[in-house]
Design a protein around this ligand. Structure first.
Ligand code: FES
Ligand code: FE2
Length: 447
């Protein structure tokens, strides 16, 4: 008898239009309008010093500046001076506002023009009153400055994820900038199929800590781990993904990742046998540049600074760009072929696994052509992310008032979202696991 071939259903590539709609973030684009319904982290809070230089921000293809006044108030407004467009990143930060270098207009931290020294005193106040400043809601939480740039829209409830209520010493933030579209960055974080391939050497040499033997054992465990089966639940906040591996004693290892729309990945486990947890936030600067905020947080104790140093030892020490000096396609990111000949997986010597991810994403070009993908069963999570984001953005365009990732889509608790790694008894459904239950964290890869 012929054996019937079992063909899993493979995900389909996106159409050209879908790829455009998924990736473009400027005003008036489908995804850009969806993203403008959310609060976005824009810079590490520590970078904004009182009474010091404003910080220039590029977000969703628009330019802004943010600054902190002497009395610790924060302003967030368009970079362009409302008079004739000089950059307010150059402005004086004094007297609870910004004073433009060009003609000295002063914009108060509340977003009003307060002084126009170039107008005759008799009519200056009235003139100033008539000038509209594009000034936006801004917040400080979780060691980050957050802004809402939707025009003419009420900001949604602020997302009080558990890290947003922690003191500064319980969060550790490193930002990496990469030269390609934000969705590419996010897809790499969600893609567990590449771990044992791309990072085979970097995990051993630069990612895991401990002695050589311990590091090699960890990598071996990762390479030999049985292929997980994936299960997903789309929820009002995003989706839950469980990577389940059968263990030899009949129990199962469940790695639970939470994805919160539009771009938060709460990673499953801790590699450090501590209560440190990590999330990755992929924020678009524009269509071709983005930042990833890697945030380690601990709800019980301050972050161990020595451990943090160790964790990031193979990256640029600049916390606002740990990928500085990575190179680009012109030098193939410094790839060392001799090292590859000698067995190194990528030839990116002394680079962190996050660097390898950035290099691969950038190597696809600024916006990868997803119509040419050949997706396999291991790409299911990638396909789900693309299509659910598109569905949410199309729904908003077509007049829906439910926004995926916000309370309008259904009841949930932002502070209850957490990734986790657990050994699950054979008769337990992963959906019943309480991620807040206090058990010893289990390490098995990052997905
Ligand atoms: S351009 Fe800023 S005051 Fe004239
Ligand atoms: Fe990776």
């Amino acid at each position: 008898m012929y054996q019937q071939a079992i063909e899993p259903e493979y995900p389909k590539p996106l159409t050209r239009q879908e790829n455009e709609d998924l990736t473009r973030v400027g005003p008036g684009t489908v995804m850009g309008e969806y993203l403008r319904r959310f609060w976005h982290p824009v810079v590490r809070a520590a970078k904004l010093e009182p009474n010091r230089a404003p910080v220039r921000i590029r977000l969703l293809g628009e330019l802004f500046v943010t600054y902190r006044t002497k009395s610790n108030k924060i302003g967030f407004l368009r970079e362009r001076c409302p008079h004739r467009g000089a950059s307010l990143a150059l402005a004086h930060n004094s007297g609870e506002g910004l004073r433009c270098l060009f003609h000295g207009w002063k914009i108060g931290v509340g977003g009003k023009v307060e002084q126009v020294p170039t107008e005759p005193p008799a009519c200056a106040a009235k003139f100033a009153e008539g000038v509209k400043v594009r000034h936006y809601p801004v917040r400080e939480a979780g060691g980050l400055i957050w802004a809402f740039i939707g025009e003419g829209i009420e900001p949604p409830e602020f997302p009080d994820y558990e890290f947003n209520s922690l003191p500064d010493d319980q969060v550790d933030i490193r930002v990496g900038l990469f030269h390609c579209n934000w969705v590419q960055g996010m897809e790499a974080v969600l893609d567990s199929a590449h771990l044992g391939q791309l990072h085979r050497s970097s995990f051993k040499e630069t990612f895991f800590t401990g002695g050589k033997e311990a590091r090699e054992a960890q990598v071996q465990r990762l390479i030999e781990a049985p292929a997980p089966s994936f299960e997903f639940d789309v929820t009002p906040f995003g989706f839950k993904e469980a990577a389940i591996r059968d263990l030899s004693d009949g129990r199962r290892q469940g790695n639970l990742r939470m994805f919160a729309a539009p771009y938060y990945s709460f990673l499953p486990g801790s590699s450090r046998q501590s209560d440190d947890r990590t999330i990755c936030i992929s924020v678009p600067f524009d269509d071709e540049w983005a930042a990833q905020y890697f945030m380690t947080y601990n709800t019980k104790q301050p972050i161990d600074q020595q451990a943090s140093k160790e964790r990031w030892r193979y990256t640029d020490p600049d916390p606002d760009n740990f990928a500085a000096g990575l190179g680009d396609v012109r030098n193939l990111w410094g790839q060392n072929r001799d090292a590859m000949q000698a067995g190194h997986a990528t030839g990116f010597i002394g680079r962190h696994s996050f660097h390898e991810d950035f290099i691969i994403q950038e190597s696809m070009g600024p916006i990868t052509d997803r119509t040419e993908d050949n997706l396999g069963s291991s790409d299911t999570i990638i396909d789900l992310t693309r299509r659910t984001l598109l569905k949410a953005a199309y729904a908003l365009r077509d007049g829906s008032t439910e926004i995926w990732g916000q309370k309008s889509a259904g009841d949930f608790d932002y502070a209850g979202i957490r990734g986790n790694s657990r050994v699950i008894p054979a008769d337990t459904d992963w959906r019943d696991i309480d991620p807040f239950e206090d058990v010893e964290p289990v390490f098995l890869a990052t997905s």
